[in-house]
Design a protein. Structure first.
Length: 215
């Protein structure tokens, strides 16, 4: 899994609440388990509307999606974070996320940032008024800063127009910073696992690979 330290880029404002996973990645596109080719299906039904924000070419290269509360509610599907990443987003900012969606994002190196509703509204208004507005999310320091289009990181030390700290599960933070998926995290304890297996009494039951009938 790729490591994340900083996410930086323009913001796409999606000013809606309670966006569920069937809107993010409709069920008819879940038939494949390959992790490629899902970006074009993100918000598939809404993109039929020519006025939908992601159809606006000014937001075509946005790296951060700023949206409303309870983002990612509904059924669990890893295709949702896959699609959002493949569309081009590296981070989602919202007042709240569905727990299972946030977990799926963390396991797939898509950063979710929870900020107060008023702060998210400020970011939405900033991005709507100025599609060139950018934000910088520093995961190590748990801080988001945003500038209007005439500022930005390239113009530092110009002060940001908005600055906010955020909380994140520390296990998720560590895994994202170090690029650790569940397997890599488990392998860090390989020595302890081996030691446990060595001292475990041999008469106790063990799990073995399944065999086919007659095999």
């Amino acid at each position: 899994m790729k490591a994340i330290t900083v996410v930086e880029g323009r913001m796409a404002p999606l000013d809606r609440a309670d966006i569920d996973t069937d809107q993010i990645m409709p069920k008819q596109f879940l038939k494949r388990i390959e992790r490629t080719g899902f970006g074009e299906y993100v918000f598939h039904d809404w993109r039929a509307d020519g006025d939908f924000v992601l159809n606006d070419p000014r937001y075509a290269d946005a790296k951060v999606l700023v949206t409303g509360p309870n983002f990612g509610s509904g059924s669990s599907r890893e295709h949702a974070p896959w699609g959002l990443q493949q569309y081009g987003f590296d981070a989602i900012v919202a007042p709240s996320f569905a727990d299972i969606f946030r977990t799926n994002c963390a396991k797939n190196a898509l950063l979710t940032v929870t900020l107060p509703a008023t702060t998210c509204e400020q970011l939405v208004v900033m991005a709507q008024a100025d599609p060139e507005a950018v934000c910088r999310i520093d995961l190590r320091h748990q801080e988001l800063v945003a500038w209007s289009g005439d500022g930005g990181p390239q113009c530092q030390p110009s002060p940001p127009d908005l600055q906010a700290e955020f909380e994140i599960d520390q296990r998720d933070r560590r895994c994202l910073l170090e690029g650790l998926d569940d397997i890599a995290l488990t392998l860090q304890d390989a020595a302890a696992i081996d030691a446990f297996e060595q001292r475990r009494p041999t008469h106790l039951p063990i799990a073995t690979a399944a065999t086919s009938p007659g095999g």
